[in-house]
Design a protein around this ligand. Sequence first.
Ligand code: SF4
Length: 262
Amino acid sequence: MIDDPMQAVVYDLPSGTRDEYKDRLRDFKGMIDQYLDGQIRSKHIALAAFELAFWQFKRSYGGGFHPSEVSKGDYCKRKLYFEYVGTEPEKSRSFSQQTMRIFNLGTMVHLYMQYVLLKEKVITDFEVPVVSKTLGINGSADGENTAEEITFEIKTMSSFIFAKLVEPVKEHVRQATMYAYPRGMKRIRLIYVNKDSLELKTFLVPLDMDFLNQFAEVVFELKTLKKENEKSGVETLPEKRCKNRMDNRALECPFANKCFEA
Ligand code: SF4
């Protein structure tokens, strides 16, 4: 847990593991002392904050399912199976420069919100690692308040979408549920940020246990299939969701070649 909100900014761009990154966060005070002694110039701090924002965007889950993808509900079990058994993706998703700029801006707003929430002691930690073998996930929650047993999920959006939002998006509740449950949290606080004006809408909701149970069953099914495949030496795969290789879903899928060879 980070006690001092100032530690939410880091000087050095982390290139190592999440633990190394957190250690560097904890050393932020030492860096401030150096700064006050004139050993580090302020422009380096500003640069580091930007680099951290971009680095956060690039962070990987390090294996397992992606809660943001699974929470949509219409997942392809075959694709999940490839992810579950650790199949090497054929391609990584690429985005246009403009999309990357929008993502980066969203990440910076995200980081700003985490900083403010931590400073105001609304959350007790941020980027909380979440690992669950039962759900096959290895990710991190945006924030957590352990005393109140609440997981925080922050979403940024345009004014247009923000204006129409009157209740939490089901898929966001599901995503946060996958982080909250393994951590023993009882409720979810969704914070929606209008990235054009920084206006907020927040909702406090219970976990979506129906979705969680349903997904745990799918993971169990995939786990059983993996065991059977290893035992028999023959790879049986779940049904395809795509009709052909030119299906939109297949064009986006990093396992499409392997899928259509099988
Ligand atoms: S190509 Fe389509 S059917 Fe095959 S794994 Fe990917 S999403 Fe599933």
